[in-house]
Design a protein around this ligand. Structure first.
Ligand code: PLP
Length: 386
């Protein structure tokens, strides 16, 4: 008898977090056991752990187009972003520029400074979610202490072209921080080529472990630490380094780097199959954000006529794991700020769902997901029109 797979869970929430790859688990298990010593200890066991730590640092930095001294390990994306924002601004209040609809880590770190006297200057994005270029020469450059921009958006997957912003920041000597948490491990990212001063990443978004991330920071930039303690990470982020997690993060990024083109194509094919299937079976639908400049795995799609919360619940009951707005904002039924900033109409704000595919997904799962989603959407639409 054929197995009943109708309620096999289809995980389409990879922008919230990803499942660690088997080789990542294997590497971590090995290093939890073998490299348990404190990498700061001077005995042989400590030196062995440090060797693993520094080899991982070199590998991650090299893949991201940076030098090893430029990489500081942190606990994840949120900490890296807080360290960049609070560590790069001066001691006297000035202005911080950030686009509308940034991740809460950036927004709230900036708001915390705003409460202490800093001004926030919000950058406009267009209806495709891309930064409006015309505004850039007219930023309050004289008072700017920092610009922070997401490279690829967690909700829409929209990728920014940072060339002119980076050039202007360099010209005005204003540090530019890039939140590359969603970009790293999905598209090639090169710190030096981007021409930015700081860049945040987090391992659990690219099939690495949770609890570890990194901040890349140009050597010439002074960074004020958030916390104080030992000499680790050149005193910019003290605390004993979690060697096994760091080795797991390196293994995850190496798995991407082994064949970034194949990874990109695999994710894109899965996402495009899902998008085409939903267009065909659930019309009308509206795909949000630029389709040309978009992460290969992300589909943010509106189902006009429906409400987001009940749809999300119904999809969950059908075994589809996806997200309404971002996971960080779940619990609130406010429309995703980025969609508001993109001037999306109410029917989009009322019911946009984010599907984000991952390396573990298959074409058969996409077909299965299309059938389940279409069933739910069409049933709910029929009920609305009764
Ligand atoms: N920045 C972006 C773009 C993200 O998607 C996330 C995670 O949702 C973060 C920052 C924060 O990362 P973490 O929750 O791992 O600290």
């Amino acid at each position: 008898m054929a197995a009943d797979t109708s309620h096999h869970l289809i995980y389409l929430d990879n922008n919230a977090t990803t499942r660690p790859l088997p080789e990542v688990l294997e590497v971590m298990q090995r290093h939890f056991a073998d490299s348990f010593a404190n990498p700061g200890s001077r005995h042989a066991a400590g030196r062995a752990a440090r060797k693993v730590l520094e080899a991982s640092r070199e590998s991650i930095a090299q893949i991201l187009g940076a030098s090893p001294e430029e990489l500081i390990f942190t606990s994840g994306g949120t900490e890296s972003i807080n360290l960049a924002i609070r560590g790069l601004v001066g001691t006297n209040p000035g202005t911080i520029a950030l686009p509308h609809g940034e991740h809460p880590a950036t927004l709230e770190a900036s708001r915390a400074l705003q409460r202490r006297g800093w001004k926030l200057h919000f950058l406009d994005i267009d209806s495709e979610g891309r930064l409006v270029e015309d505004q850039l020469p007219h930023l309050p450059w004289e008072d700017l202490q920092l610009v922070s921009v997401m490279l690829a958006h967690n909700e829409t997957g929209v990728i920014q072209d940072l060339g002119s912003l980076a050039a202007l920041c360099q010209q005005h000597r204003v540090p530019l921080h890039v939140d590359a948490v969603q970009a790293a491990g999905k598209i090639p990212v090169d710190f030096h080529v981007l021409g930015v001063d700081a860049m945040s990443i987090g391992a659990h978004k690219f099939n690495g472990p949770r609890g570890i991330g990194g901040l890349l920071i140009k050597a010439e930039r002074t960074l004020n630490p958030l916390i104080f303690g030992g000499h680790q990470e050149a005193e910019r982020r003290p605390g004993t380094e979690p060697v096994a997690l760091i080795a797991g993060m390196a293994a995850a990024l190496e798995a991407f780097d082994a064949d970034p083109t194949s990874r990109f194509q695999q994710l894109q094919q899965l996402r495009d199959r899902l998008q085409a299937g939903l267009r065909e079976r659930c019309s009308p639908v509206i795909v949000n954000g630029s389709q040309q400049h978009r992460l290969p795995n992300t589909l943010n799609i509106a189902f006009p006529g429906l409400e987001g919360d009940p749809l999300l619940i119904a999809l969950d009951l059908e075994g589809i794991a996806c997200s309404l707005g971002s996971a960080c904002a779940s619990g609130s039924s406010e429309p995703a700020p980025v969609l508001v900033a993109m001037n999306c109409p109410n029917e989009v704000l009322d019911c946009s769902i984010r599907f984000s595919v991952g390396v573990g997904n298959t074409e058969a799962e996409m077909d299965d997901a299309i059938g389940r989603i279409a069933g739910v959407v069409n049933r709910m639409r029929d009920n609305c029109s009764l």
